[in-house]
Ligand binder design. Structure first.
Ligand code: KG4
Ligand code: ZN
Length: 353
């Protein structure tokens, strides 16, 4: 472990750095209290390509890093020398983008002589909830839905060193399905927010889109969204071929309903089977208004407490990384070596590198 002389293990002050995709996120927390959440996004530079361009994202992280760190320190009202530990997303994500954050975190760890924690982006999406909703009933079940992942997880303890994946998507991630369907409806990238908005004007029962992986012989906690995306494409094409207008709001609402229905049904079932009290939602798709509403309704019916952070903390940010780092420090986890790599395919079950 490097440095860390006067670390306060009860309420450590932790700097969190997130650069796995297109957000440069810098968070500062004290224990489970959020002090600063500064985010610089390069999303506008990717919009015209319809997806994140890795090289463009890496360069944007380089440019945004120092100003975003400064902004976070100003907001938090603390100085770099006050920091007890540095946490950084070590994976999974875009290799070049991750490298910028990991290199910056190592530089701060070395310069400030403080320990470094290379953490898993997906576990950080789970940990961020503690900043808003207080202590979790553990173990808990988490539904993690982002642009790259859709999984149901059993989390014995946030910041504990293992997580068990109960099921995952066999093809597209939920966020990827939102992005692809938005594209075929002519909506901007990323597709989640515009579909969410448009769906409010549509009828979720207008079109019965398929619910993938819900057959009697399908694995109970696996997902599949690629057939759904194809079904939406076929439906829209058939309308266009017939020379009929495409009711985009109805398509958006019906598609969103299919995703929210499958995700919440499986997550609630997993929570009941595991006998836990809390179901937690995390990741960018957890910002979806229909997913949140349906999860609330189904959790209530099942006697479960739903835990979900505000939408701004569901999408990528640095506060989530700092939150997980603080939990690791408080639980006495050994810090990472200063030689850790960025691991673009870090396993979802590995919390700390
Ligand atoms: O967690 P995140 O910010 O980045 C990754 O780790 O991937 O998730 C990004 C994904 C994108 O696919 C985006 O379209 C989706 O989250 N998303 C949403 C909403 N806001 C963001 N999907 C549905 N509804 C939303 N309101
Ligand atoms: Zn994410």
């Amino acid at each position: 472990m490097a440095g860390g002389g006067a670390m306060s293990a009860s309420e450590p002050l932790v700097l969190g750095i997130e650069t796995s995709c297109d957000e440069t996120g810098i968070g500062i927390v004290r224990g489970s209290t959020l002090l600063a959440d500064a985010v610089a996004s390069s999303v506008e530079q990717h919009a015209r390509f319809g997806g994140v361009v890795p090289e463009v994202a890496s360069r944007a992280h380089l440019q945004a890093m120092v100003p975003t760190v400064r902004r976070a320190f100003e907001t938090a009202g603390v100085a770099p020398a006050d920091i007890d530990a540095i946490a950084v997303t070590a994976g999974p994500g875009l290799a070049g983008a991750l490298l910028v954050g990991v290199a910056a975190a190592k530089a701060y760890a070395l310069a400030l002589d403080r320990p470094l924690y290379g953490v898993n982006h997906l576990s950080a999406h789970v940990a961020v909830d503690l900043l808003e909703n207080g202590p979790l009933d553990e173990p808990c079940v988490a539904l993690l839905v982002s642009g790259g992942h859709s999984s149901v997880l059993l989390v014995p303890r946030v910041g504990g060193e293992v997580v068990t994946e109960l099921g995952a998507t066999v093809d597209d991630a939920a966020g990827e399905a939102f992005d692809k369907v938005a594209r075929l409806l002519g909506l901007p990238f990323p597709g989640g927010p515009p579909i969410d908005r448009l769906a409010r004007e549509g009828d979720p029962g207008a079109i019965a889109f398929p619910r993938g992986m819900t057959g009697a012989h399908d694995p109970p906690f696996a997902f599949s969204f690629s057939g759904l995306k194809t079904a939406v494409a076929r439906w829209v094409e058939a309308r266009e071929r017939a020379g009929e207008p495409v009711p985009v709001a109805d398509v958006a609402a019906s598609f969103q309903e299919a995703v929210a229905d499958v995700l919440t049904a499986k997550a609630v079932r997993a929570a009941r089977e595991q006998g836990v009290g809390h179901l937690l939602l995390g990741g960018g798709v957890a910002a979806n208004s229909r997913l949140r509403a349906l999860a609330a309704q189904r959790c209530e019916a099942a006697g479960l407490v739903l835990r979900v952070p505000r939408p701004g903390l569901c999408t990528d940010n640095g506060a989530m990384v700092a939150a997980l780092g603080a939990q690791l420090v408080m639980q006495g986890a050994a810090a990472s070596a200063l030689t850790i790599p960025a691991d673009s395919s870090m396993s979802i079950e590995e919390v700390l590198m």
